[in-house]
Design a protein. Sequence first.
Length: 313
Amino acid sequence: MNIIRSAFRNPPLLTFLLVALVWIVASFTLRGFGAYGHLRYLLELAAVIGIVAAGQTLVILMGGIDLSVGAVITVTAILLPLISPAWDPTGLAGIAAALAIATGIGLMNGAGAAYLRVPPIIMTLAMATFLQGLLVIVAGGSAVTVSNPAVILLGQARPLGIPSGILLWLAVSIVVLLLVHRMPIGARFLALGANPLAARLSGVSITGNTLIVHTLSGFFAGLAGILVLGMNRQGYVGIGDPYLLTSIAAVVLGGTSILGGRGTYAGTIPGAILLVTTTALITVVNASPGWRSIMFGTLILALLLVSGREARR
């Protein structure tokens, strides 16, 4: 009983317990679900969502939402094969260039929100719309195949039997958790999300921190785009679209308030795993993509209502 009470007071713990419960029940009821290879595959899929949601978590902690992450993933997955220089046998130069572009997009989002006073949700929506149109012009409807050796290695390598994407997610998780909970800048993010006016009067820079969170969101979305490209071996228009809704859902499922000022990336981690697990279970019963979208939309709406009610208390 004490564990249950603690879980309800600790949203990240509650999400972890829910993931464990779903995995245990599914392992006993669905043949092959609990096999190591299958669970490893689920974690590999969750790694992409988790990396995108790392930046999304930071933006939401400050009271915003980044609606451009899906477009940034697509930009990275399409442009990286096109800009990887032939003279670079390692492929690292192409990765660096793609990450620079993704980070630059995030910086522009932050600049629009910070200096032009455009609400982050509107600024990132406009950026996403612009990028989608640009990609249609650049790539049309054709897919591009990656030949970058570093990207292929990232998507396919399994050191010690662990997919490199999971190891990358582990590294991102450590960095983000330290950033939010062990560095002063994390406290500033939370303060600005909870009460921007009070934080500003206390000397916290809204402009500087807005630039930082959106720049980091662009970087992490670009990193996820590289991982998606390596896993699929090709990029195409719309490849990043599924990760917009799921990145927001993972953050909110982990107990982070959609209104900002309260939450932790420690909850986003099991939130991403729960979303992938739920999708896998729906696939088992042959549910259509339409039903998956309905489920995710309903889930987010319900959590938004709960967050809003909590904020009014």
